[in-house]
Ligand binder design. Structure first.
Ligand code: NAD
Length: 255
């Protein structure tokens, strides 16, 4: 049977290592026959991501989203290599460790702006760079978390950035919809990754989910990845501007 993404080219930003949600997503896109391009952030990640890309028969290109010119070069390189793009996965966030542990009220101006720039604004700049490559329509997908709308201890400045990210999804969906480009977010349950470890007492969040979520367990990266496949595929052709929860149901619970 042909894969759900046969004949489609997908760009995945945000693979740092095998534990990254972006890596699980890249694996699932590959399973469904997508032609894959991964990016790495700076020389420190180059070797590791190139190795993972090789295993997935994918290309690996540099992209630090705070460097506007790197986004331009990335779009140029994809145009030369593939001529077009059908799906883009934005799986990127960053905040200073001190802003994920001290009281939110103590967030510095610099820390607030950094989290917004990397975790929310970058979706705007990525969308602007890739939209010209999606002349036949396409799907842009980002990763959010419940902390966008509820207070989760220590998530702090990242929760505010995720709120901006989810609003960004809606504005981009409205802007790009007439061009056939869909924009959505997956709100994933907590998963132990390098970024998640930066949040103080993250393991307590995992314990609370396993205890209280309707499915009584935590989220598997592969579950997030399969929803990403759906959103990237034509099965989701009528879905845009949405935040889809893949969180074992945790977000519906009151007490
Ligand atoms: P991760 O650390 O594996 O991935 C974060 C990625 O962001 C890394 O690849 C890093 O290189 C990239 N990044 C940071 N700054 C960048 C920059 N300036 N330019 C380019 N790339 C940059 O962690 P993850 O948990 O897989 O995070 C991926 C996404 O999923 C993030 O948006 C995160 O907020 C979101 N998310 C994670 C969880 C969780 O519990 N792990 C839950 C919900 C949502």
């Amino acid at each position: 049977m042909p894969g759900l993404l046969e004949g489609k080219t997908a760009l995945v930003l945000g693979v740092a290592n095998r534990w990254s949600l972006a890596y699980a997503i890249a694996q699932a896109l590959k399973r469904e026959s997508a032609d894959l391009i991964l990016t790495f952030q700076g020389d420190r990640q180059r070797q590791g991501v190139e190795q993972l890309a090789e295993e997935l028969s994918a290309a690996a290109l540099p992209c630090d989203v705070t460097q506007e010119e790197e986004l331009g070069l990335l779009a140029e390189a994809i145009k030369t290599r593939s001529g077009r793009l059908d799906a883009v996965v934005h799986s990127i966030a960053f905040a200073g460790k001190e802003d994920l542990s001290r009281p939110f009220v103590e967030t510095s101006r610099g820390g607030f702006l950094l989290a917004q720039e990397v975790s929310a604004y970058s979706l705007v700049s990525v969308a602007r760079a890739v939209a010209p490559l999606m002349a036949g329509g396409g799907s842009i997908l980002t990763l959010s978390y419940l902390g966008a709308t509820r207070v989760v201890p220590n998530y702090n400045v990242m929760g505010v950035a995720k709120a901006a990210l989810e609003a960004t999804v809606r504005y981009l969906a409205s802007d790009l919809g007439p061009s056939g480009i869909r924009v959505n977010a997956i709100s994933a349950g907590p998963v132990k990754t390098a970024s998640a470890r930066g949040v103080k007492d993250f393991s307590k969040v995992l314990d609370a989910v396993a205890e209280r979520a309707p499915l009584r367990r935590n989220t598997e990266p592969a579950e997030v990845a399969d929803t990403a496949v759906f959103l990237a595929s034509d099965l989701a052709r009528g879905v845009t501007g949405n935040v889809i929860f893949v969180d074992a149901g945790f977000q519906i619970m009151g007490l």
